[in-house]
Write a protein of this length. Structure first.
Length: 319
C-alpha cells in the first residue's frame, strides 16, 4: 500500500514538473512571437520613415486627398483657380483586349476634364508611348457608345519622374499636337505634361520647388501646406503610420505573388524548351509534359511582359 502511494506521489510530481516546463516553453514561445511581431512592426515603421512623395506607396496615400492633388496640379498646370472635384487613387482600367492600366491618381477637374497624375521612378520604359496608351485608355473608359466626338472629355496627363525623359535639361515639358507646316498648335483635347525631379536642387521655380519636395522624407514648406501636412500625417500620426504599414504589407504580398507567378512561368518555359531541343519540337515537348501549347504561350507572354514592362505601376515599388 505504501509503495503504491509512493509511486502515485512520484507520478503527480513528474506531472506537475512537466506542466511547469510546458508553461515555461509556452511563455518563451509567446515572448519570442511578441518579439518577432515587434521587430516586424519596427521594420515597417522604418520603411515608412524612408518613403517620399515620389515613392509609389506614399504617393498612393497622398493622392487620396483632393486638396493635395489640387495643390500639385495648380503648380504644375500653372492655374491657381484649378479645382479638383474628385480623385480616384490607383484606379485600374481594363480595355477590350484585357490589358489593365494602373493609374496612380485620376482626377476629375472642375471644368470636366480628366487629369491623370502618374509617378515613375525607373527609367526602363518608353515613357512617351506609355502616356499615349494610358490617355487613350482613359478616353475609352469614360466615353459612351454613340457619344459625339465633341463631347469626349479632355484628358490631361501629368507624368512625374525621377529622371529627365527627354534629356534636354528642363524640369517641365509640355507636349502639344502641332501642324508642322505652319507651327500651329492643334487642340485635340489631350494635354501631356512631363515633369521631373532631376534638376530640383538647382531649379528655383515653383515647379522646381515642388519637385524638391517630392524627394524629401519630411516636408515643412509653407508654399505647399497640404502636401506638408499630409506627409506629416503618414509619418508621425499613429493612424497615418498604421495605414502606411498596411499599404507596405499589401505591396509586399503583391510582389511575392507576382514573383511566384514569374518563377513558375520561367520553369515551365525552360522545361519545355530544354525538352524540345532533345526530342524535336515544342509541340512534342508539351505533349510529353502534358501541357497545352496555350499554357506555354501564356507563360512566355508573362515573362516577356515582366521584362519589357518591369517599371509598370502594377509592379510594386516601395522606396
Amino acid at each position: 500500500m505504501l509503495i503504491c502511494i509512493y509511486n502515485y506521489c512520484i507520478i503527480i510530481k513528474q506531472t506537475v514538473y512537466n506542466d511547469c516546463c510546458l508553461q515555461k516553453r509556452r511563455g518563451r514561445l509567446k515572448n519570442k512571437r511578441k518579439g518577432y511581431c515587434l521587430d516586424r512592426v519596427n521594420e515597417l515603421i522604418k520603411r515608412v520613415r524612408l518613403l517620399r512623395p515620389i515613392d509609389d506607396a506614399m504617393f498612393k496615400k497622398l493622392a487620396e486627398s483632393k486638396a493635395v492633388c489640387q495643390e500639385i496640379l495648380r503648380v504644375i498646370l500653372d492655374d491657381k483657380k484649378l479645382i479638383v472635384e474628385e480623385v480616384i487613387s490607383e484606379d485600374s482600367i481594363a480595355n477590350i483586349f484585357g490589358r489593365a492600366v494602373r493609374l496612380d491618381a485620376l482626377c476629375t477637374l472642375g471644368n470636366g476634364a480628366l487629369c491623370n497624375i502618374e509617378i515613375q521612378k525607373e527609367n526602363v520604359n518608353d515613357d512617351v508611348r506609355r502616356v499615349r496608351y494610358n490617355a487613350s485608355s482613359i478616353v475609352s473608359r469614360f466615353s459612351e457608345n454613340g457619344q459625339k466626338f465633341s463631347e469626349i472629355p479632355d484628358v490631361i496627363v501629368v507624368y512625374i519622374s525621377e529622371y529627365d525623359v527627354f534629356r534636354l535639361g528642363r524640369t517641365i515639358y509640355h507636349i502639344d499636337s502641332v501642324i508642322r507646316e505652319t507651327n500651329t498648335t492643334v487642340d485635340d483635347g489631350l494635354s501631356r505634361v512631363f515633369v521631373n525631379t532631376q534638376y530640383a536642387d538647382t531649379d528655383n521655380t515653383d515647379v522646381g520647388k515642388l519637385m524638391k519636395c517630392f524627394l524629401q522624407k519630411e516636408i515643412d514648406n509653407d508654399k505647399f501646406p497640404e502636401l506638408s501636412d499630409r506627409l506629416s500625417y503618414f509619418k508621425n500620426d499613429g493612424k497615418g503610420v498604421d495605414s502606411m504599414c498596411d499599404i507596405i504589407k499589401d505591396y509586399a504580398k503583391e510582389y511575392a505573388k507576382e514573383y511566384a507567378e514569374e518563377r513558375a512561368a520561367e520553369m515551365l518555359v525552360n522545361n519545355i524548351e530544354t525538352l524540345a531541343k532533345k526530342i524535336g519540337t515544342v509541340e512534342e515537348a508539351c505533349d510529353m509534359l502534358n501541357i497545352t501549347e496555350q499554357q506555354y504561350e501564356n507563360a512566355k507572354a508573362l515573362l516577356e511582359l515582366s521584362l519589357i514592362h518591369i517599371s509598370e505601376p502594377t509592379r510594386p515599388r516601395l522606396i
